[in-house]
Design a protein around this ligand. Structure first.
Ligand SMILES: *[C@@H]1O[C@H](CO)[C@@H](O)[C@H](O)[C@H]1NC(C)=O
Length: 275
């Protein structure tokens, strides 16, 4: 290669002309603000641990049932009614009818790394941003957020880890008092499986991989995000039902199927496997 050709190649790489084949992602526009500075609490540093029962100031309607409390479970699940210590995920619908919002159900070990943050909030700036997002994705549903709950798994490790791998993802629950939505945000997914779920301690892959979606508890209304419990779930940062790579949004007060095809490259069949 001539030096001119090398120069041109370096220029193209540096300028982002080649990188731009991948969709641009920006941490601050994907994840809602979280952390101690936002007044978040943290779940205990405990394998399979959970938050205490968190009482909600505004009941959250999840498939016709109003929930006045919830638990943030280290293993990637927000649950109503009961804590979840189960570390190997099951597909939805769950036989025992537990209502779950499962951003990334897998064997998290926050003793080995990471934090699980959560807060209930009515902070105006956040509610405005959530309202804007929901109005864009669901233009026919009148909605102004009056309340939100944000749970964030920040660089959490997996059980049995021999690595520094960490996953960063978030679940936001929001309501206007009646209509409710969940927003699942996936910023960085580096592992799929803990060692007790037959994962490889050196990679955090293999075995029974993570499960993402939600389970209403009524055995009819549930959703398994494509790739759940397969190796492909590692790519959930590139998939979407709202055209924002790494974001999945659902109206959950009563079941509604909605969304637009993902623009994520090479992740097939997102647009035609809603259930
Ligand atoms: C994840 O996506 C990349 C890029 O599209 C692809 O090459 C890879 O095979 C995918 N991984 C899995 C496990 O599906």
């Amino acid at each position: 290669m001539t030096s001119a050709a090398i120069f041109l190649l370096v220029f193209l790489l540096e300028s982002g002309a080649v990188r731009s084949l991948q969709p641009e992602r920006d941490r601050a526009s994907l994840l809602y603000p979280y952390g101690s500075d936002e007044g978040d609490r943290k779940t205990p540093k405990l394998d399979d641990g959970t938050s205490p029962k968190v009482s909600l100031s505004v009941p959250f309607t999840f498939y016709g049932k109003k929930h006045r409390s919830l638990y943030v479970n280290n293993n990637g699940v927000v649950s109503f009614d009961a804590r979840v210590a189960q570390y190997t995920p099951d597909p939805f619908p769950l036989a025992d009818g537990r209502p779950f919002v499962a951003p990334y159900w897998a064997d998290v070990d926050n003793v080995l790394g990471g934090e699980v943050f959560y807060r209930e909030t009515t902070q105006e700036a956040l509610l405005e941003r959530v309202t804007e997002n929901i109005n864009r994705y669901f233009p026919t549903v009148p909605f102004a957020a009056a309340w939100a709950f944000v749970a964030t798994w920040d660089h959490v490790a997996y059980y049995g880890s021999n690595t520094n791998k960490g996953n960063t993802f978030q679940a936001l629950l929001t309501s206007n008092g009646e209509t409710s939505f969940i927003v699942l945000n996936y910023w960085d997914i580096q592992w799929t499986t803990g060692a007790a779920s037959d994962g490889d301690p050196d990679t955090g892959l293999g075995g029974t991989p993570a499960h993402a979606g939600f389970n209403s508890g009524d055995e009819t209304n549930f959703y398994n995000i494509p790739g759940s419990q397969s190796d492909a779930i590692i790519n959930i940062t590139m998939t979407s039902n709202v055209n924002v790579p790494g974001r999945w949004v659902f109206q959950v007060d009563d079941f509604k199927v909605t969304g637009v095809p993902t623009e994520a490259p090479k992740v097939a069949d997102i647009s035609n496997c809603w259930l």
